[in-house]
Design a protein around this ligand. Structure first.
Ligand SMILES: CC(C)(COP(=O)(O)OP(=O)(O)OC[C@H]1O[C@@H](n2cnc3c(N)ncnc32)[C@H](O)[C@@H]1OP(=O)(O)O)[C@@H](O)C(=O)NCCC(=O)NCCS
Length: 138
């Protein structure tokens, strides 16, 4: 049972939302948030794959609350499924309002990545038993 007040997954990136990231209404542009989630998911997938990875699909994406200038965006990731060469990463973004305020979940999504070899072809994921121990650090 997950606690709705706590992020699921490991904190993978943190970044401050700046004026340059706003839409015409003055809130943070959704595409910027999406790209922060893709970056964090890619870090998580690369760790699991121990290789280069690419985003192949975005299976679900919800924008729950707006992000404002001055919020700190923290992106949490977790591998929730693995195939032969692919992985599904659960991603949640939470903000700390105006750097110090309450923490709120702003977006969630499921990103699918594929492990690639040096020629850009899909390659099998390593077995979990072959992974270095840092992969399991929180
Ligand atoms: C990722 C890529 C190399 C896969 O190539 P491919 O020839 O389809 O490779 P495969 O057939 O071996 O499939 C690899 C895995 O991807 C999955 N996959 C491929 N296309 C998919 C899609 N559209 N949706 C979901 N899964 C997909 C397959 O199910 C397979 O998973 P599995 O090995 O765990 O069973 C190729 O689709 C690609 O280069 N895509 C562009 C990626 C990119 O540029 N991303 C950035 C976007 S801005």
């Amino acid at each position: 049972m997950t606690d709705p007040c706590k992020p699921v997954g490991s904190l993978t990136t943190r970044v401050l939302a700046m004026n340059s990231d706003t839409n015409p209404a003055g809130d943070i542009f959704g595409g910027w948030v999406l790209s922060q989630m893709d970056i964090a998911a890619g870090i998580c997938a690369g760790k699991r794959a121990q290789s280069r990875v690419v985003t192949v699909a975005l299976d679900s994406m919800s924008f729950i609350r707006p992000v404002k200038v001055g919020d700190i965006l923290g992106v949490y990731t977790e591998v929730v499924e693995t195939g032969r060469t692919s992985m599904v990463i659960n991603v949640e973004a939470w903000v700390r309002r105006d750097r110090i305020g309450n923490r709120e979940k702003v977006t969630k999504g499921k990103f699918k990545f594929v492990a690639l070899d040096e020629n850009g072809k899909s390659k099998p994921l390593p077995d979990e038993s072959e992974l270095p121990s840092y992969v399991f650090d929180v």
